[in-house]
Design a protein around this ligand. Structure first.
Ligand SMILES: [Zn+2]
Length: 397
């Protein structure tokens, strides 16, 4: 988990020194004891616990109104998806509920979800908009993301998911919607300081390559980096498009060609794997992990927490699924929620590994070895969290 060293970069009998909100030093515990005594620095003991970087959930849709449990139950009781969709289900139902929700209710429900992630050692969460699909509600979602960071001891990255679905009122004005998203709406949200990156859902059932490209071009002109929902249900060449625009990440990637993987590798774009959605949708073709490895594509793992296709609030279960469903090694999976997740957010210099100079975000674990973080299903061995050099109170752990 630190630069260099053994598998996982692990160090045993080690100590870590914090100064302000930064990691100041990492080295042998024996040396630390001497230095601390000489400089009168207080010591916290973590006997027998493992320390990892604070976990990073780099792809979530954490802010939304309502939920889709009714739909979940209807489907299992035999109602056809088409009938549910005709009755206003699917993404549009979350859009309706999110538009109707006040700022306070959005904030309160998102904070509950954020705390669940935080209880498993998460110190940074990416949060997407995309259930507003009009300027006022997209703004409210992104403001909610910013408010979470002020309220809770956690770092939030806010992503404007402008192209998520075509809202009903634009059914016959598709082009106008796409040009609003990349034009005046992007400008307004950017001016308000609410956008750290953009995202688009490039898929047959969502937005075309051309529409996605027009948004990426607008974002690039504004100096923003992008994420792209790519290859979840079909291979449209979205990974190549993401690579061409130097996107931070291409996410999902169940449908990805060797050429797509090579493009991501050459561009340094991170592949964000989302096994929770794969599981919920009962997909059968996993992302081509061997191709990603061969092309040297950094792989991240995230919850994709959202009310429809991945109602999961557990990064540890996502790590387990990345191993059991996608065949990642536990080391790759852990790297996917630390080092590579930081890279997927453009924060590789700031977080993701335990190195002097980086923010002092780390989690303590009551496990015998790191692979246990991927092995457990439904257990939470997190024994404490330090965020920005400060121990988190256990009530908000
Ligand atoms: Zn998503």
């Amino acid at each position: 988990m630190v630069a260099g060293g053994d598998a996982y970069g692990k160090l045993e009998n080690a100590a870590l020194a914090v100064a302000g909100d930064r990691i100041a030093w990492i080295g042998p515990a024996a040396e630390a004891r001497g230095r601390a005594a000489a400089q009168d620095i207080p010591i916290e003991r973590g006997d027998g616990l493992w320390i990892t970087p604070g976990l990073i959930d780099c792809h979530t849709h954490l802010v939304y109104g309502g939920n889709r449990v009714e739909e979940f139950e209807q489907r299992l009781c035999g109602v056809a998806y088409e009938d549910i969709a005709r009755a206003g289900g699917g993404i549009q139902s979350t859009v309706n509920a999110t538009r109707a929700a006040g700022a306070e209710s959005l904030r309160a429900s998102a904070a509950i979800r954020a705390r669940r992630l935080m209880s498993e050692g998460v110190t940074t969460i990416e949060v997407k908009s995309g259930y507003g699909l009009d300027l006022a509600t997209e703004r409210r979602m992104l403001e909610t993301a910013r408010a979470l960071e002020r309220e809770l001891p956690v770092s939030i990255r806010a992503t404007y998911l402008g192209l998520h679905a075509l809202p009903a009122e634009f059914r016959d004005r598709r082009r106008e919607f796409v040009s609003n998203v990349g034009g005046p709406w992007l400008e307004a949200l950017l001016d308000a300081g609410l956008v750290d990156a953009v995202d688009a859902f490039c898929e047959d059932i969502a937005f075309s390559l051309d529409e996605t490209e027009s948004f990426l071009r607008a974002a690039q002109a504004s100096g923003l980096r992008a994420h792209v929902h790519a290859g979840q249900l079909s291979d449209m060449g979205a990974a190549e498009l993401a690579a061409r625009y130097g996107a931070l990440s291409a996410d999902h990637l169940e449908y990805l060609s060797a050429r797509g993987a090579q493009a991501l590798g050459s561009a340094g774009t991170v592949a964000v794997l989302l096994p929770g959605a794969y599981f919920t949708l009962r997909q059968t073709l996993p992302p081509p992990v061997p191709l990603l490895r061969a092309a040297g594509v950094p792989m991240a793992v995230s919850t994709d927490a959202n009310p429809g296709t991945s109602p999961g609030m557990s990064i540890l279960i996502a790590l387990n699924m990345a191993c059991t469903l996608f065949g990642l090694t536990p080391e790759e999976a852990l790297c996917g929620a630390t080092r590579n997740a930081a890279r997927a957010l453009g924060l590789a210099d700031e977080i993701g590994t335990l190195e002097p100079g980086k923010r002092a975000d780390f989690a303590l674990w009551r496990v015998e070895r790191p692979a246990e973080l991927c092995y457990n299903l439904g257990a939470n061995p997190c024994a404490g969290v330090v965020y920005g050099g400060e121990p988190r109170p256990s009530s908000s752990a």
